[in-house]
Write a protein that binds this ligand. Structure first.
Ligand SMILES: Cc1ncc(COP(=O)(O)O)c(C=O)c1O
Length: 409
């Protein structure tokens, strides 16, 4: 680390310390200037294209931040990718008009929410199974509403004739004929309409390939992504062509995520690209080759003890991310620069000790700032985000939790 970088980090820590003075800790913080710069960086690849931006709300879980992205990106933002049916109905009631629930559901309470959402808005939902189509169609038809359905195409990398599956386990529809079959079923079902295709490249957008947590895998991960890209482009294009041949044009073709935005912007088949997490710059997105974002979200814990040596102990802090469990799911201390978790304690429910670098002192009551591994999940632990500009908290905005909604049930 250069002397200038150390000074920058010290100045940033001092700035956040001033901003947080007098605020109750733990607190969750979003640096709005860094957030806005991330928005600009992530939308830049789309600007030279006709593609639109769909904002993944579950990666923000804070309506004010979603609206901030919409305000900054203007016409580029086509709408929201939502997490649950309850959330979808909530946004429709708030006046949002283009919603895509990206995760299928068949339970009755959710279907009622989707019907409700479609009375005010266009609220599409992803399907990949004839049973989902039938369940949604029956409830929608009885209510006199048409629910737009988007067919999810699986674009996991499946080399060796499909015997190996590299990617997430989502849709069973691996090719154009399978997608066409379900689109035909939609066209033949009352209460639903065929709206398009979602083909999310999770093994590209969601897989780190420059990670200090698995250095020995980075080369193989980059090779996997290189090979998989061509296959994804082909199956997307083949599917959209086959649907058009069946007179089932896919008006919406969605793909991409923070980790694949530049490549997705160049895929001619996509009409829109989803982005969410990158706006907040959580630490997992530090570990993607060629992705240049900056940290915009933190949580600040209070230093409450000095157990000895260079260790200080903070209150709370065990905000561990979902996914395959591993050290990369833990939060990382960001400020003071060079602070690190203790391997035997990690980030704890009631306390999180950190070891400070030599020469760094913090007082009892001072904040230590951490970054969550992922973007949206931090909001589950806090009622509000403190929006910081410079060394001032300029606004406090509620998270989902703060508006009394977890949208998960
Ligand atoms: C369907 C879908 N598209 C896109 C994304 C990418 O979102 P993000 O930009 O937050 O990584 C996700 C993330 O889970 C997703 O589930």
């Amino acid at each position: 680390m250069t002397a200038a970088a150390v000074t920058d980090a010290a100045a940033t820590y001092a700035r956040y310390r001033r901003a947080l003075a007098g605020h109750r800790l733990p607190a969750a913080v979003v640096d709005v200037d860094a957030f806005d710069r991330n928005v600009d960086r992530l939308v830049a690849p789309l600007q030279a294209t006709s593609k639109r931006l769909r904002i993944a709300t579950k990666s923000l879980r804070c309506p004010a931040l979603v609206r901030r992205v919409v305000a900054r990106t203007g016409e580029r933002a086509i709408g929201l990718m939502t997490y649950t049916a309850a959330e979808t109905a909530w946004w429709a009631a708030q006046g949002e008009r283009d919603l895509l629930l990206a995760y299928p559901t068949v339970q009755r309470a959710d279907l009622d929410d989707l019907v409700r959402a479609n009375r005010d808005a266009r609220a599409a939902v992803v399907v990949d199974d004839a049973a989902q189509v039938a369940a949604i169609g029956a409830v929608a038809d009885a209510a006199g509403v048409t629910v737009p359905l988007v067919v999810e195409l699986d674009v996991a990398w499946r080399p060796f004739g499909g015997r190996v599956h590299v990617g997430v386990r989502r849709s069973p529809l691996h090719d154009a004929p399978a997608a066409v079959a379900i689109a035909r079923a939609i066209a033949a079902t009352r209460g639903v309409s065929f709206a398009g295709v979602m083909a999310y490249d999770a093994q590209i957008a969601g897989v780190t390939d420059a990670s200090p947590f698995h250095r020995w895998q980075n080369g193989a991960r980059r090779a996997m992504k290189r090979r998989s890209r061509a296959a994804v482009e082909t199956v997307r294009a083949d599917t959209v062509r086959a649907l058009a041949d069946e007179k089932l044009p896919a008006a919406l073709v969605n793909g991409g995520g923070t980790g694949s935005v530049a490549w997705s912007a160049a895929d001619p088949t996509l009409t829109e690209v989803t982005v969410g997490s990158g706006f907040l710059g959580p630490h997992l997105f530090d570990y993607y080759a060629g992705l240049d974002l900056e940290p915009a979200a933190y949580f600040a814990l209070q230093v409450v003890r000095r157990p000895g040596g260079r260790v200080v102990t903070c209150h709370g802090g065990g905000y561990v991310a979902s996914g395959a469990a591993g050290a990369d799911r833990l939060p990382v201390p960001a400020f003071p620069e060079g602070a690190r978790l203790l391997p035997l304690e990690g980030a704890g429910e009631v306390q999180t000790p950190v070891e400070l670098p030599g020469g760094t002192t913090v007082e009892l009551g001072d904040p230590v700032l951490f970054r969550h591994a992922k973007a949206g999940e931090l909001a589950e632990h806090f009622d509000r985000y403190l929006l910081v500009r410079g060394d001032t908290v300029i606004e406090e905005v509620p998270t989902w939790r703060g508006i009394g909604q977890c949208f998960l049930g």
